[in-house]
Design a protein around this ligand. Sequence first.
Ligand code: SF4
Length: 272
Amino acid sequence: MKIYKARHGGFCFGVKRAIRLALDAVKNGESIYSFGPLIHNRLAVDELQKKGIITVKGIREIKNKRVIIRSHGINPEILKQLQKKGFEIIDATCPRVRRAQRFVEKLIDEGYFVIIIGEKDHPEIKGLLGYARGEAIIFNETLKIKKYKLGIVPQTTLDIEHFNQAISHILPNATEVKIFNTICHETVLRIREAKRLARKCDAMIVVGGKNSANTTRLYEVCRHYKPSYHIESAKEISKTWFKDVKTVGITAGASTPKKQVDQVVKRLKKLF
Ligand code: SF4
């Protein structure tokens, strides 16, 4: 069986930067706390925890007033609370997410009502909503909104096809529309590469956290073309998946460490 590994897959620039900042922050042996997992990868988060990068749900759980903001960013109201309380804050918000936050602020300042396209429960979207100061909603297909001025901002990890569909749904509802394309180039490359491999191979394996939105999206893209399997670890691979499979493609989400992908390749080589 031939194995094809995606050229664009695994840790993105923003995730690498967040991990580097977090590891620097615990060099002195003092822990740092993150609201929600620093990255959406259970196994990697367990390793980070051992190094003193601890996941919490709220401010009360923080024991030493040291916080790292994840690459997804944070709601500005929570940031203000932390600053007021005198927390030491390491801001690992990805510069591309920060850019999207600035666009939302700019649209609000210019009098636009903002439509954010993305997953409502994703931390990046919760942060973006915060920057809209109550003047935004999250897109859904049943949305019937009539406004004179509409601003549109997508989640950085949105598939460009979904973005286009959402825009064509929104356009008839407004007289003036301002669109910022904040989809990250890393997302575009990963999805394009996943599609290319899925067309070429008999089956696809997508490696990454089940809680990772961009990994799940890669899986959805792949399974549209070929039988696909979303796994968190090499141990989940089953030999039965590969009956009559001569070529398999492997891709990974933006929060998947290289080590996890290597382990998948190793296990496939061992099995076949
Ligand atoms: S996918 Fe893009 S926007 Fe999101 S963290 Fe990675 S580099 Fe930043």
